[in-house]
Ligand binder design. Structure first.
Ligand code: SF4
Length: 491
């Protein structure tokens, strides 16, 4: 599909909406469309402004049928950020309204393309709307389905409650270990298989421990208090017992953990979990682990390149319980190659039978740069994935789990979401703080994105660590500089 922009340069907004609605379309920007030509799909987005009113118009032709949507809004006296937000929303909404009648069914998230729908709902509630009014706004204004609206309002309510536990000086830490025993076929994270980059683990750990010590000194100087720690990846339990001990000891000796309310380590791959490593984690005060089967179907596990079978998950879970972990999360993914609504339902039922505190249901994300065949395959799975997610939602609610946080990714099958479910009172503090951007989070390690959140205004500043392990190791001397700027903005 070709698209044109007239009177504005909101290329990203138009492309994002078109991709959201037409994930298999190949988009190309043009200078003009030839409406008289009668062939080919196009989208023409026009923005004009007269007497303080902005007017957006989208003309869209799909399959020979042309539709138009128009909307206006006052932009008189708006500050630049509010102005941009208003006109962007007008442009996106008109494109949405002109495309949707051509679809077999509207997307469940309507015209919402952002990754944090609950943050949007929380903003509405905090600005004075009752929850019911915020729900109505999501349905009416963004065309969000009733189920997703309910999910969003619940996640927003959890965030509002969690926010009350956070003080002005509180922060959380994320520590990244970007190594895995092998690479899963669907992986879109920055993580290297040890066969290719195992030789980098030692220098990586050395750099990470240095970054930990330097960051801890800055945190002390800034008078900040660490409230939660999350060690993720990759797969942190790819490290051997000695390496894990060194990492956890460095963290404990460097930071004051007396105010810690949660300490999580992703022990994602069952094939990396041993009793010895679990003992090391427990001894360091880690209380929550994530054991991620993704599927409990051995054929699916083989198809996605996991080097473990479902029995390994059961063994790892049992060992984690025996080691004393009272907080266990388990991740599953809807839409994996070879999975079906029935086999996915069996996976969810098996996990519910284990009774972990948290179960996180992800939707398969299409890798950035995926080719048309991959996109078409993902689009063809839409109905099946919808059934998987609906079935999981019913089963989890029936077993007493409730949704407590959610997020969306740009390239998920069917534009669906990822939802963290929990048994009452077992919400993961870090997940909510991070996803809702409730507090400052310092991220250590390759690919770490640290954010300073000004809790009174919501203003966010970021600093990024280098993305890949080797770049990160080479940047060892520069890592603390970014964190200093973040923690001491006025210096
Ligand atoms: S375990 Fe996770 S991070 Fe590692 S390769 Fe698989 S999906 Fe990627």
């Amino acid at each position: 599909m070709i698209y044109t922009l007239e009177g504005h340069a909101l290329k990203h907004a138009v492309e994002e909406m078109l991709f959201h609605l037409l994930p298999t379309a190949a988009l190309a920007r043009a200078d003009a469309v030839d409406a008289a030509d009668g062939t080919g799909d196009y989208c023409r987005s026009v923005l004009t402004e007269v007497d303080g009113r902005a007017r957006a118009c989208a003309d869209v032709r799909i399959g020979g049928v042309t539709r138009r949507s128009e909307r206006c809004a006052s932009v008189q006296g708006l500050a630049p950020i509010a102005y941009k937000r208003t006109v962007t929303e007008l442009v996106k909404t008109t494109v949405y309204e002109a495309v949707v009648p051509s679809l077999a069914q509207p997307p469940v998230w309507g015209s919402l393309t952002g990754v944090r729908p609950a943050k949007l709902a929380r903003g509405l509630i905090e600005r004075g709307m009752a929850r019911g009014e915020a729900a109505e706004y999501l349905r009416e204004h963004f065309h969000v389905s009733p189920e997703r609206t309910a999910l969003t309002i619940r996640a927003a309510a959890t965030a509002i409650e969690m926010d009350k536990r956070m003080g002005e000086k509180d922060i959380s830490l994320y520590v990244g270990i970007p190594f895995c025993p092998s690479r899963c076929y669907y992986c879109s994270f920055v993580s290297s298989a040890t066969a290719q980059s195992g030789h980098l683990i030692e220098p990586y750990l050395e750099t990470l421990c240095r970054e930990i010590r330097e960051t801890a000194a800055l945190v002390r100087e800034a008078g900040r208090r660490v409230q939660s720690v999350y060690i993720g990846g990759g797969t942190p339990t790819t490290l051997d017992e000695n390496q894990l001990s060194r990492l956890l000891d460095t963290l404990e000796q460097s930071f004051d953990f007396s105010g810690l309310c949660e300490y999580t380590v992703e022990a994602g791959r069952p094939d990396t979990i041993t009793q010895g490593k679990l003992r090391v984690l427990r001894a360091a005060g880690v209380g929550r682990v994530s054991i991620n089967p993704q599927s409990m179907d051995d054929a699916v596990l083989a198809a996605i390149g996991r080097r473990h079978v479902a029995c390994d998950v059961l063994r790892a879970y049992d060992e984690a319980r025996r080691a004393g972990f009272a907080g266990i999360n388990m991740d599953v993914i809807a839409g994996l190659s070879g999975d079906t609504p029935d086999s996915f339902a069996r996976t969810v039922d098996t996990l519910i039978g284990l009774a972990p505190e948290n179960i996180t249901v992800h939707t398969l994300a299409i890798k950035r740069g995926a080719d048309l065949t991959d996109k078409q395959a993902a689009a063809a799975q839409r109905e099946a994935v919808a059934r998987m997610l609906d079935g999981a939602s019913r089963a989890l609610q029936g077993a007493g789990y409730g949704p407590y946080y959610l997020y969306r990714q740009k390239f998920t099958t069917g534009g669906f979401e990822n939802v963290g479910w929990c048994r009452p009172g077992t919400e993961c503090f870090y997940n909510v703080a991070m996803m809702e951007e409730l507090q400052t989070i310092l991220s250590l390690g390759a690919g770490g994105v640290s954010k300073r959140v000004e809790r009174d205004t919501g203003w966010i500043e970021r600093t990024n660590n280098p993305k890949y392990p080797l770049e990160y190791i080479r940047a060892a001397d520069r890592l603390a500089g970014g964190k200093r700027k973040l923690l001491f903005p006025k210096q």
